[in-house]
Design a protein around this ligand. Sequence first.
Ligand code: 5GP
Ligand code: ZN
Length: 114
Amino acid sequence: MTDCLFCKIRDGEIPSEIVYENEHVLAFNDINPVAPVHILIIPKIHISTLNDLEKDHTQTMGELILASKKIAELKGFSEDGYRTVFNCNENGQQTVFHIHLHLLGERLMSWPPG
Ligand code: 5GP
Ligand code: ZN
């Protein structure tokens, strides 16, 4: 997709602080962190929202979650715990329409979320 912020980050057209990458996913620091560690993990293919998922995205979505586990290990907060979040559309407060998994760590989260 040509006019997508996260596709531009994937393509290196917009700079980001990349923390992890493999064939399927790219992970980079959120520009406006809400926790001491706040990383966004995106699929390398453009998918706008959770509502656009198809059966053949199963591996890609699994790779996002596996990447969150790996990054938590790399950052050293696996055992302390962490929060992963997908926001969808208006009520979910999604603002960038390229699916991304938020990985939040290094603080105690609250529940229910706001
Ligand atoms: P959403 O609200 O769609 O779930 O999350 C979008 C996230 O993208 C927000 O946490 C926001 O801070 C982050 N973000 C927006 N623009 C940029 C950017 O240009 N670079 C990076 N690294 N993060 C961004
Ligand atoms: Zn995109």
